[in-house]
Each structure stands twice: as C-alpha cells, then as structure tokens.
Design a binder for this molecule. Sequence first.
Ligand code: HEM
Ligand code: HEM
Length: 248
Amino acid sequence: MWEWLLSPIDAQRAHDVGFAVSWHARSMVLAWGVIAPLAVIIARYFKVLPGQDWPRVLDVQLWWQVHWKGQVLVVVLSAIGLVLVLPPDLSQMSLHNGLGYGVLAGLAVQVLLGIFRGTKGGPSAPAPDGSLHGDHYDMTLWRRVFEALHKAIGYGVLLLAAVTILLGLWKANAPNWMWVMLALWWPALVIVFISLQRRGMAVDTYQAIWGPDPDLPGNRLSHPGWGVRRDGPSQERKDVRHSRRHGI
Ligand code: HEM
Ligand code: HEM
C-alpha cells in the first residue's frame, strides 16, 4: 500500500523532478488547489456570518478581508511558482504550460477587475460631496458588469487551474498519493459548496451590506445572480404596510 502510494502514476517514466519543479508544484497547488477556492467560498457564503443578527447588524467585512488578502497570497505564490520554471522554453510548449499561462492571465484580469470595481457609496462611504451615491450603492451599470464578469471569469479560472494542476502532475509523473489527496480534497470542496448553497448562505452582497429595505436603490433592481439569496421586505414590515393600507 505505502509502496503504491509513493510510486509514480506512470511506472514507465521516472518521477525525477528537481528543486525548481517540485517547489513550482507545491506553491501552485497551495495557491490554486487550496487558497483560491477557499477565498471564493468565503466570498460567496460568509457575507452574513452564522449567528449574525442580520439585518440589525450589517456589513461584517470578514469575507472581504479574507477574499482579497487570500487572493493577494495567490498572486504572490503564483509569481514564485512561475519564476521557478522560467525562462520559457518555446520548443517545449506543452498543454500544461499553455493553460498555466491562461490561468495567470485570468488571475491578472480578476485582480484588475477587483481593483477597478468602482466606488462603494452609502451611509458608511459617502461621496466627497456628502451624497450617498457610489457604484455599488446605486448598482450602476459598471458595478453590475463587474459582478457578472468577476464571477464568470473567477469560476472559469478555478476550473482551468484544476485541469492545469492535473496536467502538471502528469507531466511531472507525480506519485500516487498526490492524486489520491486531490481526489479526496476536490470532492470535499464541492460538497461544502453544495451544502452551503442549500442552506441559503449565498446572500446578495448588496443586502449583506445595506439590508433588505425595498427603498434602497439596489433593491429595486432585478435579481442579483444565480443562486444568490435576496430577501424581500421582512414579514414584520409587510404587516406594518398592510395595516397602514387598510387603516388597521
Ligand atoms: C494552477 C497551477 C499551475 C500553474 C498556473 C502552472 C503554470 C506553469 C507555467 C506557466 C509553466 C511554463 C513555464 C515556462 O514557460 O517555462 C509551467 C511549467 C511546468 N509545470 Fe506548472 N503550473 C501549475 C501547476 C503545476 C503542478 C501541480 C505541477 C506538477 C506536479 C507542475 C509542473 C510543471 C512542470 C514539470 C513544468 C515544466 C517545467 C520546465 O519546463 O522546466 N505545474 N507551469
Ligand atoms: C485581489 C483582488 C480581488 C478583489 C479586490 C476581489 C473582489 C471581489 C468582490 C468585491 C467580490 C464580491 C462581488 C459581488 O458582489 O458579487 C468578489 C467575489 C468573487 N471573487 Fe474576487 N476579488 C479579487 C480576486 C479574485 C480572484 C483572483 C479570483 C479568482 C479565483 C476571484 C474570484 C471571485 C469569485 C468567483 C467571486 C464570486 C463568489 C460568488 O458570490 O459566487 N476574485 N471578489
């Protein structure tokens, strides 16, 4: 059993990787197999924390801190991983190398989108003239484009990275235990993703920050995206309106 786990997947080839390739693989797997997907899970499912008295308590920014700091760590680890296997040998351009550059390009786009996502606005971040306007508070066209692009490219890059990791393992003829670890880890992530989704924890960013009041500019817009929870006015407030309307 141990012998099998330690032996390379393809017995015909040696698992003979030097310092550079082994550290390239370690830093890329840590970045793309572990940190990037966890930073996405926290951004999707922990905008409102379990036990948080939402909507009395709004805008808990733990998800935001972990998301962007985690992704900056992904940038640092990817840069280290890349430098280790440079300079490029164009005569040896394999599918792994090509997709690897694709992942890094996607990473650059994601970081740029994140940096240029626009202003926040609202009571806690008013514009310099004191008005509440901001790209996010008003859900301007740019904010909606940002959310749609950042999500689509983000999930696409995660999938591309998974394929790239598998191709990298094959290229380096990695030992069986590494494949086994990933075959346990990735399904575990998918199960976590599905169960948090089922619990209704993917709260709309807008409502996590400013609450469900239907008079807020962003709450008058159409639905915020696939599987994202947006609450209507609470039952309590519906009752108040109902009684006002009927003079009760
Ligand atoms: C998403 C994660 C990964 C990314 C983005 C990535 C990216 C890259 C890139 C861009 C190159 C080409 C560098 C050049 O032009 O010389 C490369 C080469 C390589 N990668 Fe990866 N990689 C990843 C994961 C892995 C893993 C997990 C392994 C092995 C277990 C691996 C093994 C290799 C090998 C053996 C080379 C060739 C190095 C050489 O030619 O000296 N990579 N990778
Ligand atoms: C450090 C730069 C980054 C910043 C400032 C940033 C910012 C954000 C923000 C503000 C959101 C919430 C969007 C919303 O309201 O729906 C978000 C979500 C997301 N980010 Fe990033 N991000 C960064 C890097 C990345 C990277 C590198 C990836 C690639 C894997 C990524 C993937 C995602 C995904 C998939 C979501 C949506 C999760 C969901 O709700 O389904 N982000 N990011």
